[in-house]
Design a protein around this ligand. Structure first.
Ligand code: GUN
Length: 283
């Protein structure tokens, strides 16, 4: 059965919208998200537009700051300092990737952890690792929320995460571990990937390889979460999972598009509200 991420994300955003409108009625200001876009990468422009649209939908003020690709690292760091100091800004997101002459980690580290709505700052990563309160990466949060929506308890289950990126694979594994799953992280060097994947009660794939996961990788009845978004020559988006092959085997599967993708944006909105609440002591 499909897990309809688009619909779930839409419900979540409705809830956040209600929450914001209640705060506004009590006299609080609207939450504000600053998005910094450097250069003209076409995928980044689409992502930023989607984030802007979601903000407008639910009543978050969106401050989009566009800079040319030749901005110096020092100037970008200066901009982040300004946004950190601006009390009206609750969340700061610098769209990645950045041009090659800018050190991404240096930029991420400059963002105040309290405004780091991507959850990429090392302080927030440490909090995630320690199972302490913090701002956590949006896609991993979105994946866990999808599992909650189908009332799937992870305790004692075999979770296989394919992909070990800092922003997706590793944090998903950590969140699943905190829910008492037995977690395996597989990656490009894993031997006999198919047999490792076949162990999974929950198979989560985030490698960015079009339709890598076919029917031989999936145990009948498994839950399959596809984080992949691979664009073909015609601009059509495909997942990391071969949907037609795997869907008949899986108990649940996320389609691409319309699965994990919309959840990432919904979780960004949720993180912005969490940052707002913590910074303004709003309950
Ligand atoms: N580029 C692609 N995905 C993301 C994301 O989640 N956050 C940021 N900042 N940049 C991205």
């Amino acid at each position: 059965m499909d897990i309809n991420g688009k619909e779930i994300a839409s419900h979540i955003k409705e809830g956040l919208k209600t929450q914001i409108s209640e705060w506004r009625q009590k006299g609080y200001r609207a939450p504000k998200l600053a998005v910094v876009l450097v250069g003209h990468d076409s995928a980044s422009e689409i992502y930023v537009r989607n984030k802007e649209k979601a903000c407008t939908q639910i009543g978050i003020e969106n401050l989009l700051i566009k800079k040319e690709a030749d901005i110096s690292e020092a100037e970008l760091l200066g901009l982040i300092d300004e946004l950190n100091e601006d009390d009206s800004v609750d969340g700061i997101l610098v769209q990645l990737p950045l041009p090659g002459h800018i050190d991404e980690m240096k930029v991420i580290e400059r963002i105040s952890p309290l405004k780091d709505v991507d959850g990429f700052h090392p302080d927030n990563i440490a909090r995630l690792f320690l199972n302490h309160e913090g701002l956590f990466p949006c896609t991993p949060k979105g994946v866990m929320t999808l599992l909650d929506e189908i009332h799937y308890g992870l305790a004692g289950k075999e979770v296989v995460v394919v992909g070990r990126s800092n922003n997706v694979g590793k944090p998903i594994a950590m969140l699943a571990l905190h829910r008492n799953a037995t977690v395996t992280i597989a990656h490009s060097k894993t031997q006999d990937l198919a047999s490792v994947c076949r162990r999974a009660d929950v198979l989560i794939v985030a490698v960015g390889q079009c339709e890598l996961i076919g029917k031989d990788f999936v145990k009948p009845g498994a839950v399959v979460i596809d984080v992949g978004m691979n664009r073909d020559a015609k601009g059509k988006v495909h997942g990391d999972v071969h949907y037609e092959e795997v869907a008949p085997l899986a108990s649940y599967i996320t389609p691409v598009p319309g699965g994990v993708g919309p959840m990432t944006v919904a979780m960004l909105m949720k993180n912005t509200l969490e940052a707002y609440m913590r910074r303004n002591q709003v309950k």
